[in-house]
Write a protein that binds this ligand. Structure first.
Ligand code: PEP
Length: 254
């Protein structure tokens, strides 16, 4: 019922238009046989226009790694939803751990961004995750529930199906290996429980895992029932590695 989804966050790793174009031109043909999986890229912000040109009219989605909390106005250095619409981008990354921890982005701003994206019919990929590894499911729920409550207070339950949740435990980002797969499944199940308890239909919400995903651990992670896909970082910088991860998801979830 939920279409599998694989995305990549380029952060500030591949920053020139030339390198981004090369990555896209190499990757696009490798994804041709996996139409049963949705794919998207959040390129380095300075390469968005190049990305938009290359991906125009393709099924490979794209968008910025962040967005301003208001449609327009005195918000120096921010990226407006109006630019997203102008670029015909279809996704936006919201509330990544690095935005919160380095740039002090707050929950109320993130909540506004989600609403703005949904109103503009752009899919928000909303990052959720605890800072410290939980020791049991109760602790995990206690860490995740306030985030969901704060971020989605203004969002109608009928809009939930248009949101992608990226479960990214902060302690597993930028590491050699991902979180343990049982832990990952517990977290996804917990997020589904929370959505259901507030009256949402969790069976319509796509939840993907991010945090040191690689072609080596992708199969074990997507084998988990409540995981709908993967959010890739460093280990997707080689086009073939990203394509291998999409292929794994296609075979196991498609
Ligand atoms: C991320 O931080 O969103 C991410 C996917 O990074 P990595 O896989 O490099 O940990």
């Amino acid at each position: 019922m939920r279409k599998p989804l694989v995305g990549i966050n380029m952060k500030n790793y591949i920053n020139t238009r030339k390198e981004t174009a090369e990555w896209l031109e190499s990757t696009i043909p490798l994804l041709e046989n996996f139409s049963n999986v949705d794919t998207f890229i959040f390129p380095s912000m300075g390469t968005l226009e190049t990305t938009a040109t290359i991906l125009a009219n393709r099924s490979f989605g794209f968008g910025p790694q962040n967005m301003a909390p208001e449609r327009s106005g005195p918000l120096t250095g921010e990226f407006s939803v109006e630019s997203i619409i102008d670029l015909k981008a279809n996704y936006v990354e919201i509330g990544h751990a690095e935005r919160k921890n380095i740039f002090h982005e707050e929950q109320n701003q993130i909540a506004k961004k989600i609403k703005l994206a949904l109103d503009a019919k752009v899919t928000p990929v909303v990052c959720i995750g605890e800072q410290i590894q939980a020791t049991n499911r109760l602790d995990l729920k206690a860490a995740l529930q306030p985030q969901i409550n704060a971020l989605f207070r203004e969002i109608a339950l009928s809009e939930w199906q248009n949101v992608v949740l990226a479960y990214e435990p902060e302690w597993a980002i930028g590491k050699a290996v991902s979180a343990d797969t049982t832990y990952i499944e517990n977290a996804h199940q917990t997020l589904r429980d929370i959505i259901r308890e507030i009256g949402g239909n969790d069976s319509l919400v796509r939840i993907i895992y991010g945090g040191s995903v690689s072609k080596e651990n992708a199969a074990e992670i997507v084998r988990q029932k409540n995981v709908d896909g993967l959010f890739v970082g460093r280990f997707g910088h080689k086009p073939q590695n990203f394509a291998d991860i999409v292929a794994i998801v296609s075979q196991m979830k498609g």
